[in-house]
Design a protein around this ligand. Structure first.
Ligand code: CA
Length: 221
């Protein structure tokens, strides 16, 4: 599974990205300043860098320049404030592969990460499965036995978090932060609504409710 370097000095955002990517099976390391970002990105231990522009000691543009000058072609996705998108476009010219304006939806981040990893041809497993259910990460379709099921982007992400953590009880809060993000109202019932959607599409027994604890994906053959 791909290893992602997160260069982000805002703990709330760093933790959000880290948790979300780990829930999907990625390995992550977080650094909070530009000098460490260059060191870690040059270590050869990573497949992709998520690079914040406003970093202490050396900003993201300088980090990127340093990497490219040193012939390091690791895929880099810039994370930037929406107000600095114009600056970011010049960052793309200086060697970034893509950028994402904050605040972003986690599913958008994951889509970009997968796209860049694929272009880099370090292939991620094309499908994940558990107990008669499988998800095709390329077509974003679910397969239930021989049946093909179309899922919305959000439904797909929720299903993926379940499949990456098979047999585990996942709390509503965990699912909310993995799939919807750090700025979502914790009192929201959106998780329950989407679990209902998944049950309708994938089968009611596929996801069980553990009262007061959360939800669990079940193996059904
Ligand atoms: Ca920052």
């Amino acid at each position: 599974m791909a290893r992602i370097l997160i260069a982000e000095d805002e703990p709330r955002i760093a933790v959000f990205i880290e948790r979300g990517l780990r829930a999907l099976g990625f390995t992550t390391t977080t650094v909070g300043d530009g000098v460490s970002a260059v060191d870690y990105a040059n270590s050869g231990s990573f497949d992709l860098v998520l690079l914040d522009i406003g970093l202490p000691m050396m900003d993201g543009f300088a980090v990127l320049r340093r990497l490219r000058e040193g012939r390091n072609q690791i895929p880099v996705i810039i994370l930037t404030a929406r107000s600095s998108v114009a600056d970011t476009v010049s960052g793309l010219e200086s060697g970034a592969d893509d950028y994402l304006a904050k605040p972003f939806h986690f599913e958008e981040l994951v889509a970009r990460v997968r796209l860049r990893l694929r272009e880099d041809r370090s292939p991620e497993a094309g499908a994940i499965s558990y107990g008669g259910l499988s998800l095709d990460l390329r077509t974003r379709q679910a397969h239930v036995g021989a049946r093909v099921v179309d899922l919305s982007a959000r439904e797909f992400m929720l299903a993926e978090v379940f499949l990456r953590n098979p047999g585990q009880v996942l709390s509503r809060e965990q699912l909310l932060s993995h799939v919807w993000g750090y700025d979502f109202d914790p009192g929201s019932n959106v998780v329950d609504v989407y679990v209902r959607h998944l049950r309708r599409k994938l089968g009611a027994e596929r996801i069980s409710t553990l009262r007061g604890m959360g939800y669990r994906l079940e193996a059904l053959e």
